[in-house]
Design a protein around this ligand. Structure first.
Ligand SMILES: NC(=O)c1ccc[n+]([C@@H]2O[C@H](COP(=O)([O-])OP(=O)(O)OC[C@H]3O[C@@H](n4cnc5c(N)ncnc54)[C@H](O)[C@@H]3O)[C@@H](O)[C@H]2O)c1
Length: 595
């Protein structure tokens, strides 16, 4: 069903943006009404093709289009002239002529690349945008900027080339990884900051609903963003002046994105860029500190980073910014906020101001700097990690237990400070440990701070801990690049699914990185609840460490890694009690299962 239609009025280059749910399968009906030929080349990537390619092809065929599907490998690095050349070759090989149409099916990378190819092949052939990421739906598919990257400059080679139609099916966001979804929200904040304070406060009020993909909220923010972009593009199609404001956050952002070697998502870099731009604005007296804070808080609420964690220097960032296309007459032009919904353009910001602002935002975690130990990346598709709990008597015993556990294959070590009796040299233990370390203390929360300062990788803090204390510890952890595990304990029974789900969303939104559930599984239903929760946690990108007890709980722990959980707990002892595993038990089970 189409929920909203917006006309981008650019004379001969006008086109409609259609926003709806379940409309992907109707794309053919809409295309047949456009003045384009009967051959349609779908440019996409393997991920999106597998998810949505068939639906689009089917709908086109139903409307008598001949279709060719061309896949480009996934990733920003393929938004390149080399990949454009491969596409030109394939278009020629498929006899694509000037009447044929290119349909970009994917995120901003595909949209920009396919648009660039359509703009340049045979001096321009019609193209249609079918964006499938939030970022592409609110931003890159609208306005006709198409480009490939130059190794030195992001979007360095490109054109203004308007699509014939933008077809936005909100349902495609259902499969989008959470990190990509949040990255898209950054661009919505950008629109709110440059042009619409109402949108800003709407976002703020509805952020939880948005993060749960509420369709009404999604359709509102997508249509509002498209409307703002359309208004600006209609006044200044080729970025002679007004359109520049759409680059808010992008001069800093592109530099940071480039330095991260495109490991940062575009929206993540733009969010950092907006924070820096607001701080510059505050420093030169154009913006109130409260407004800068308000923007930063919203960015944080989304779950986006607010500090630059790349290995870089202020000098390198400024040099990259100076390379950016927005530099005109050798002057660096910055879009800076004046209030929520209003920006100004400045080309006289001193390097000293830029340096001061960047310095504050650049975080190189000091204690972790020289760590050589393996880092866990729970977002990657890798083998799970066996986690062991260390609670020996003293430093010597702790060290030898860790060594033995790691030799046996443990991938993560939890130090239970409340159970270790004698004083420890935490810093030395953590520094010498070859695998990541979790610090836990169920009694004295001060010890968590010691753990963070000593360079631990994770702290485990219970759900029940007072919000104020929790907030301080979490803040400290984030500052030191330490991840936060929020743990929930019910030793008697598995809580209900709805309760667990609610806690999981609530804690993720509050900034926790990982959830831990320590519970007793008494029935098959309890196991089902825990496994369902793991599946859901994977969908929303919030890893769960499951410590279910009892014989049935033990069963769920074996299953957990098979459905994507990155952790499984084992005892460091070889002889274990009923309901427990030793590391070797687990290794042999998983070797049998060839996991
Ligand atoms: N032209 C413009 O005006 C403009 C504006 C903003 C950004 N951009 C460009 O957009 C690009 C970033 O776009 P992006 O953030 O969409 O990144 P992207 O295109 O790389 O997509 C992000 C990831 O999501 C996957 N994906 C896409 N749709 C999916 C779906 N529905 N379900 C599951 N996975 C899906 C992709 O395969 C990819 O791995 C950058 O190159 C940026 O420069 C252009």
């Amino acid at each position: 069903m189409i929920l909203k239609e917006i006309l981008v009025d650019l004379g001969d280059n006008s086109y409609k943006i259609c926003i709806g749910t379940g409309i992907l399968e109707k794309i053919g009906d809409s295309l047949k009404n456009l003045d384009i030929g009967k051959k349609c080349v779908i440019i996409t990537n393997p991920i999106v093709n597998q998810l949505y390619g068939d639906k689009v092809v089917k709908s086109l065929k139903k409307n008598n289009f001949r279709t060719v599907v061309l896949e480009v490998p996934d990733g920003e690095k393929h938004k390149s002239l080399d990949d454009a050349k491969i596409l030109y070759d394939k278009l020629l090989a498929n006899n694509v002529d000037r009447k044929s149409c290119v349909l970009a099916l994917g995120g901003g990378v595909i949209g920009d690349l396919a648009g660039f190819v359509a703009a340049t092949y045979a001096r321009g052939i019609p193209f249609v945008q079918v964006p499938t990421t939030l970022l592409a739906q609110v931003d890159s598919s609208v306005g006709g900027k198409v480009a490939v990257n130059h190794p030195a400059v992001k979007n360095g080679i490109g054109a203004f080339y308007q699509p014939k139609l933008v077809w936005i099916d909100i349902d495609t966001l259902g499969t989008l990884p959470d990190r990509e979804f949040k990255s898209g929200i950054a661009e919505v904040i950008k629109y709110a900051m440059i042009a619409d304070s109402k949108l800003f406060y709407y976002l703020k009020r509805n952020i939880s609903k948005l993060k749960q993909h509420d369709k009404k909220v999604l359709s509102n923010i997508i249509s509002e963003s498209c409307r703002i972009k359309k208004d600006i593009v209609e006044q200044d199609e080729k970025e002679n002046n007004l359109r520049m404001i759409l680059n808010y956050g992008h001069t800093f952002g592109h530099a940071i994105e480039n330095i991260s070697n495109y490991q940062l998502r575009h929206g993540e870099a733009v969010a950092l860029g907006m924070i820096c731009a607001a701080e510059v604005s505050e420093k030169i007296g154009e913006l109130n500190k409260e407004i800068a804070n308000e923007q930063e808080n919203l960015i944080r609420l989304v779950g986006l980073n607010t500090s630059i964690k790349q290995k870089t220097t202020t000098k390198e960032i400024i040099e990259k910014m100076e390379h950016d296309k927005k530099k005109i007459d050798d002057k660096l032009r910055l879009v800076l906020p004046k209030s929520i919904g209003m920006v100004t353009i400045k080309d006289d910001v001193s390097k000293k101001t830029l340096r001061t602002v960047l310095k504050k935002r650049l975080i190189v975690p000091s204690v972790n700097k020289n760590k050589e130990r393996k880092q866990l990346d729970v977002t990657k598709k890798s083998r799970f990690n066996i986690c062991v709990c260390i609670s020996e008597n003293d430093q010597k015993e702790v060290l030898s237990s860790i060594e033995k556990a790691v030799q046996n294959g443990a991938g993560l070590v939890e130090l239970r400070l409340d159970l270790i009796k004698n004083n420890l040299d935490l810093r030395a233990i953590i520094k010498g440990c070859k695998v990541p370390v979790i610090v836990t203390d169920r009694k004295n929360k001060e010890n968590l701070i010691h753990g963070i300062e000593a360079g631990c990788d994770y702290i485990d803090i219970e759900l029940e801990v007072d919000n104020k204390i929790r907030g301080e510890i979490v803040k400290k952890a984030k500052k030191h690049g330490c991840k936060v595990i929020i743990s929930m304990h019910d030793y008697h029974m598995t809580p209900s699914y709805s309760k667990l789900l609610q806690i999981m969303h609530q804690e993720k939104n509050a900034g926790a990185d990982i959830g831990k559930i320590v519970t007793m599984a008494n029935s098959i239903e309890d196991c089902q609840i825990l496994l369902d929760l793991l599946i859901e946690s994977k969908k929303i990108g919030f890893p769960i460490l499951l410590f279910a007890m009892g014989d049935l709980g033990r069963f769920t722990r074996v299953i957990a890694p098979m459905i994507g959980s990155k952790f499984v707990y084992a005892s460091i002892k070889d002889e274990v009690e009923s309901g427990q595993f030793s590391i070797s038990n687990l290794n042999s089970i998983y070797n049998e299962l060839t996991l």
